[in-house]
Design a protein around this ligand. Sequence first.
Ligand code: HPA
Length: 268
Amino acid sequence: MSKNAEDLATQIRAAAGDAPVQVGLILGSGLGHIADEVDGVAIPYGDLPGFPHAGVSGHNPNLVVGDLEGVRVAVFGGRAHYYESGRGDAMRLPLEVLKTLGADTVIATNAAGSMRPDMPTGSIMCLSDHINFSGLNPLIGEPTDARFVPMKDAYDPQIRAGLRAAADAADVDMADGVYAWYSGPSFETPAEIKAIAMLGADAVGMSTVPEVILARFLGLKAAAISTITNMAAGMSDEAISHEHTKAMAPIGAAKLEKVLRGYLRSIA
Ligand code: HPA
């Protein structure tokens, strides 16, 4: 692990205590309020050298370490996106820190557009797999053979089963599907959406995929859930804008939170 990550982990332990973290949660646009429900310590990214500046509105740039449903979690209230810096590995340091703090799992959340009429705005979708349409990779430049990361079952089947059981127990309708990563920040064209839907993608967004690749590289188990904030471009007359994303995210967020809490309870 990088010295920077070790140093940051030492700083975080000094502020939040030494108990090892079990699970990292990365919160997407409009999903930040879960961080407020953690019984723990919030550290602004600005106090953590090398952490992203998380300059996207709708994100809450704190790391919160503490207890949620009996599990020690580290909640990343803001993420760095490729489109902010042109760096695909912008989340590498936070994930290295998570691993150094003892976590074995990271669960990412995001806002996404849907290509499936049966998965309208307000739905949530558990990622079964992804398609990297950006052509970018956060491991480009990594010099070791560890860069050749297998990506079969990148979305951990056991965690997915646990999330599914939590959704069923809470009576939350949660779809399963394939997430396509476009770099953003412009939204996709209707032609792009038509193309990726034909190729097997169910939802589209601008995040998560680089984090899951990095997580697997670091030996963390990964899972991810999307909240559908709009039908993807050309699929309906619904508005597509960041404002709309932020306004619609709370509908799915309430469901997502039930699933996450139920899952954490099941592993506590
Ligand atoms: N496309 C890409 N990213 C998104 C979308 C979308 O339609 N909705 C929310 N995030």
